[in-house]
Design a protein around this ligand. Structure first.
Ligand code: ARG
Length: 462
């Protein structure tokens, strides 16, 4: 049995159960690339500072290249008895190049090593997620462009409220996703500080150059305080919070599209390529991908909560509890990447059922608020016009008709202010033409919004 890298003071070896319980190699091998990057930078710094020779450094760098190749070709054997990714790579390097490898851990601890690796990994993940967010934004804007003049019912309380242009609603998601991306990029600026050289917790008396390693790894600067550097995981809490907010946005999108695909709404038809069937009911075609987008948001939120609870009782500095920080983060990133990818594919593969939507528009008096605004333009105080239109709607309800079906005499019997130009404001098509405030659903306003996103996402508008 191989001696542990930390085995000097130990007489007995750990039990099999403890070894199995404390290992992290089964999941932290995902950090191998970043661990090797960190070791390369560290070895180069040690050599420049005269702590190891240039020959040692070259042996180390050559060995790390070989190990990286083995890992990538699937030839590397990950060993549970070597505990984690850091010791697996260091021990394999020692097997490969001998003595020089034993100098690599000079002025380094796994405590600063692991959070350096993890910060690098999170930084890359942020970039991947942001690019998937961009893809989904593109898919939504394309969908808006395909249905530029389609009017749909807008809802509040899930009750029919006012007519809106479909692109207006689609661009609402695009705006939300934009903030999600900006939140991630903002969080990235705080991820991007370097703990390497903090060592176990107190730094070192050896003449290292933390600025050199920080710069080599593309960090903004080394972290100022070694205790803080090894013991806080607020960068992950922020990252998972940002993911959770994105997940909630995607879940709302999923909820809406699942509803719209129902027989009751019938607003969209997803293509077969993004639908699945039932093992018992032959007729079924289900929007499962978007249901799972909604469902997976639960795990993204759960991952954040795991991390929050993990960190809340930890005294300074490093505690082994922190090994539990990785799996929730890996899980969160995997889930959010999938959710973004599938939402974009779904957006690319739905058609809006224009006829069905058009047929549904007359119900629900979507033009009532526009009618109230009409009376305001005639000088009636809004509270009074609200009451007049409310009574007009009540009249329609008793007659089972639309506002636009009322004759001028009928309208005038409710308020003499109604004039024949009132019909320019009734019906969803005419109603929607009235919207002109900045950010509203009027076609000019929505067209401006579309122009903004087409330019920003570098799309073209035919
Ligand atoms: N596998 C550990 C982790 O993920 C690495 C750091 C362990 N440090 C220690 N002194 N045991 O946190």
């Amino acid at each position: 049995k191989e001696a542990k890298l930390w085995g000097g003071r130990f007489e007995d070896s750990v039990t099999a159960a403890v070894e199995k319980f404390t290992e992290s190699i089964s999941f932290d091998k995902a950090l191998y690339k970043h661990d090797i990057m960190g070791s390369r930078a560290h070895a180069s710094m040690l050599a420049r500072q005269g702590l190891i020779t240039d020959d040692d450094r070259d042996e180390i760098l050559g060995g790390l290249d070989a190990i990286e190749g083995q890992i990538e070709r699937g030839e590397f054997v990950w060993r549970t008895d070597r505990e984690d990714v850091h010791m697996n790579i260091e021990a394999a390097l020692t097997d490969l190049v001998g003595e020089p490898a034993k100098k690599l851990h000079t002025a380094r601890s796994r405590n600063d090593q692991v959070c350096t690796d993890f910060r690098l990994w999170c930084r890359d993940s942020v970039d991947l997620i942001v690019s998937r967010i961009r893809n989904l934004q593109v898919a939504l804007v394309n969908l808006a462009l395909k249905n530029e003049s389609l009017i749909v019912p807008g809802y509040t309380h899930m009750q029919r409220a006012q007519p809106v242009l479909l692109p207006h609603l689609l661009l609402a998601y695009v705006e939300q996703l934009e903030r999600d991306a900006l939140r991630l990029l903002d969080c990235r600026t705080r991820i991007n500080f370097c703990p390497l050289g903090a060592c176990a917790l107190a730094g070192t008396g050896l003449p290292i150059d933390r600025f050199m390693t920080s710069e080599a790894l593309g960090f903004t600067a080394p972290m100022r305080n070694s205790i803080d550097a090894v013991s806080d995981r607020d960068f992950v809490l922020e990252f998972l919070s940002a993911n959770s907010i994105t997940a909630i946005h995607l879940s709302r999108l999923g909820e809406e599209w699942v509803l719209w695909a129902s027989e009751e709404f019938g607003f969209i038809t997803p293509s077969d390529s993004v639908s699945t069937g039932s093992s018992i009911m032959p007729q079924k075609k289900n929007p499962d991908p978007m249901e799972l987008v909604r469902g997976k948001s639960a795990r993204v939120i759960g991952d954040l909560v795991t991390l929050l609870v993990l960190c809340k009782g930890l005294p300074h500095a490093y505690n082994r509890d922190l090994q539990e920080d990785k799996e929730p983060v890996f899980d969160s990133v995997k889930a959010i990447m999938g959710m973004l990818e599938v939402s974009a594919e779904f957006a690319d593969n739905i058609t809006f059922n224009q006829e069905r939507i058009r047929a549904a528009l007359p119900a629900g008096h979507l033009d009532a608020t526009t009618l109230a605004d009409y009376l305001v333009k005639k000088g009636i105080p809004f509270r009074t016009s609200h009451d007049i239109v409310g009574r007009s709607v009540g009249f329609c309800v008793s007659r089972n008709c639309r506002l636009e079906d009322l004759s001028l005499d009928e309208l005038r019997s409710i308020s003499p202010t109604f004039d024949k130009d009132v019909y320019e404001f009734l019906g969803v098509e005419k109603s929607i033409k009235n919207f002109s405030s900045y950010g509203s659903t009027g076609s000019e306003c929505v067209s401006n919004q579309l122009d903004y996103w087409v330019a920003k996402l570098e799309l073209s508008r035919k």
